[in-house]
Design a binder for this molecule. Structure first.
Ligand SMILES: C[S@@+](CC[C@H](N)C(=O)[O-])C[C@H]1O[C@@H](n2cnc3c(N)ncnc32)[C@H](O)[C@@H]1O
Length: 230
């Protein structure tokens, strides 16, 4: 467990945390649009005023800010293993003292169903599919009430789909991003990201006690889904 901890939290050191928001705007086209949809989607069908949402791997709090900009009054808890990312999140959330930020992993939370909904945005693709993805999904499932929605965003696809979507992504960046950065990032996605197909995501979600995911967003290599705890 300790080894897994240091590996994943090392991914987001101080430099990466400081540059993350700039990086995500360049490398995740329309991701902000997806984040802005989340509150309306949750409010229309799944959540009520006063409900509790767990933002897993909240990083610099992008999804939390979107949730706060809705008219709903939800109680939001963000959790992340990277102190550096949480430092940036804390600064951005200064005006919202009611948001709780926790340094740690979902398994550190009491194993009781205490949340009405959760987000897992751009986290799962960092975990190998050797039991670690399933274990995180089970940990989340164990903290949710029956019927609670889980919103996911992740890099996805089989190898062929990933390659062609990666080419589309790169073509949107030419002239805007330094070619060396483009090459390095392409290599990182190919070699260090544990992307999976949508079919595999469905299997993992079902094994963790969720419904089949409904894809409601795609932008090149990135997908966005919603499912519910059964
Ligand atoms: C790419 S950032 C995404 C941040 C934010 N969710 C967003 O969409 O902008 C990934 C975050 O996942 C966190 N993370 C890594 N491993 C994790 C794990 N096992 N459980 C929860 N969060 C994890 C990292 O520390 C990092 O802050």
């Amino acid at each position: 467990m300790n080894q897994k901890r240091s590996k994943t939290s090392l991914l987001f050191d101080e430099d990466r945390a400081k540059n993350y928001d700039r990086f995500s705007q360049i490398w995740m086209p329309n991701y902000d649009v997806f984040c802005d949809w989340i509150p309306s989607i949750l409010a229309n069908k799944y959540l009520r005023r006063g409900d509790k949402i767990l933002a897993v791997g909240c990083g610099t709090a992008n999804e939390i800010i979107s949730l706060l900009h809705s008219n709903e009054v939800w109680h939001i808890t963000g959790i992340d293993p990277s102190l550096e990312m949480l430092k940036v999140a804390k600064e951005k959330l200064k005006a919202y003292p009611t948001v709780s930020l926790i340094h740690g992993y979902v398994n550190d939370l009491p194993r009781i169903a205490s949340f009405d909904g959760a987000t897992l945005l751009l986290v799962l693709h960092f975990l190998p599919d050797d039991g670690q993805k399933l274990s995180l999904l089970k940990a989340i499932s164990g903290r949710l009430h029956r019927g609670a929605p889980l919103v996911i965003a992740d890099i996805f696809g089989d190898k062929t789909a990933l390659e062609s979507n990666l080419n589309f992504l790169v073509s949107t960046l030419s002239g805007k991003v330094n070619p060396t950065e483009i090459l390095e990032r392409q290599q990182k996605i190919r070699n260090t990201i544990h992307y999976i197909s949508e079919k595999r995501l469905e299997q993992l979600l079902q094994a963790a006690g969720f419904s089949s995911p409904h894809r409601l967003f795609q932008s090149t290599i990135y997908g966005g889904w919603i499912c519910t705890k059964l």
